[in-house]
Design a protein around this ligand. Structure first.
Ligand SMILES: *Cc1c(COP(=O)(O)O)cnc(C)c1O
Length: 370
């Protein structure tokens, strides 16, 4: 049996008629930017998440950088200030910081959870530190109680990178409701994906919501009057309409992801394959990705490919080793981050996988001899 790493066709096909109806609604209305679909989706997503405000933007990267730029406009953060971010993350977490004219300070993650270890930022905080940016990597909540405690103690702002963690929760409290603001991505492969690019800022701070709402629209609150030198980064009406149709399926999809992850956890048994740890309770993980570790990754990946099972590496080159940052991070050593980049492998995980496909993945991993 063939199992692709992620096939969005069957995910989208489940809602073919609703998505066509959503597109038709927008086409027939003839209003494509900053209209009622976006306003409704902002309200619906914020309410679903338990946030006071949602501001739809062009991408997850922009959601992150517009929060930082918003804090700069509000005078809370200044050019060159430091933002502490986990070194093991998707490059966008770091790009948002440099794009906002700030300095990323990379710290190692906790090896069990792959998320920010509150002990590492504690050592990195100095008088230029203004922001902590925990990343709920692979869908698992970072240790937000400890991180918020640290932030309050040192007077720091907290921006949650929740791009992979829509719906991860502790009790009723979801990812993106601990920090001063959060950024979500609706890139098609994310747990809630648009049919194109999209992103959202959530916050309970009405001032930040207003500033980000203006920033995304050329820095304008009133047409042709520009308070800030902002970019053009808005969530299209048609994407907002698609996302409104998809939001009601998100909790159920996350539940299905948890069931598949739990079965992988029970049935993948291989001495050389280390399974991901669940450290914030069952619902504290939205299982965007199921990431295993092995010292002989190339061999495992080859074996999976030979058995028709797709897999991917998130991420093969860490931000501190990227060409784009060869000067900024010159000479930095992050041994755990480097080891993870060499050892992590993501297995197929999608809410539409059936039991046979899940079994095929398990069997392929367990039969690996290398
Ligand atoms: C996807 C992602 C982003 C960026 O979102 P885009 O919508 O692709 O710009 C940021 N951070 C993390 C952790 C992500 O996975």
């Amino acid at each position: 049996m063939k199992v692709s790493f992620l096939d969005l066709q069957p995910v989208t096909a489940r809602q073919r008629d609703e998505l066509i109806a959503a597109a038709t609604r927008v086409i027939d209305r003839g209003w494509f930017i900053l209209g009622e679909e976006l306003a409704a989706f902002e309200r619906e997503f914020a309410a679903w998440n338990g946030s006071a405000f949602g501001i739809g933007v062009g991408t997850g990267l922009d959601a992150l950088s517009l929060v930082l730029r918003g804090w700069r406009e509000m005078g809370l953060v200044h050019a060159g200030d430091e933002v502490i971010v986990p070194a093991h993350t998707f490059i966008a977490s770091v790009l948002a910081i440099t794009e906002a004219g700030l300095k990323p300070v990379l710290v190692e993650v906790c090896e069990q959870s792959f998320t920010m270890d509150p002990a590492s930022p504690a050592a990195a905080i100095n008088d230029r530190t203004r922001v902590l940016m925990p990343v709920h990597l692979y869908g698992q909540l970072a240790d937000m109680e400890a991180i918020m405690g640290l932030a309050r103690k040192h007077g720091l702002l907290v921006l949650e990178d929740a791009a992979q963690a829509h719906g991860a929760r502790l009790g009723e409290r979801r990812a993106g409701t601990w920090g001063d603001a959060a950024a979500f991505s609706f890139y098609p492969g994310k747990n809630l994906g648009a049919l194109g690019d999209g992103g959202m800022v959530t916050t309970d701070d009405s001032t930040l919501a207003e500033v980000v709402g203006a920033l995304r629209n050329y820095g304008s609150k009133e047409k042709y009057h520009h308070q800030y030198a902002g970019p053009n980064s808005r969530l299209d009406e048609i994407q907002a309409a698609f996302l409104r149709a998809k939001l009601p399926l998100l909790d159920g999809d996350n539940q299905r992801r948890r069931e598949i992850a739990a079965r992988y956890g029970r049935e993948i048994v291989h001495p050389e394959v280390r399974l991901p740890a669940v450290v914030r309770g069952d619902e504290g993980h939205a299982w965007h990705l199921f990431v295993v570790r092995t010292c002989r990754r190339a061999s495992l990946q080859q074996h999976l490919t030979a058995n028709g099972i797709g897999s991917q590496i998130h991420y093969p080159v860490p931000p501190f080793r990227q060409q784009a940052y060869r000067e900024l991070f010159a000479g930095i050593e992050l041994p755990l981050t480097a080891a993870l980049a060499d050892e992590v492998l993501s297995l197929p995980l999608s809410p539409v996988m059936d039991a046979g496909q899940v079994a095929a993945v398990i069997e392929a991993v367990n039969s690996w001899q290398g």
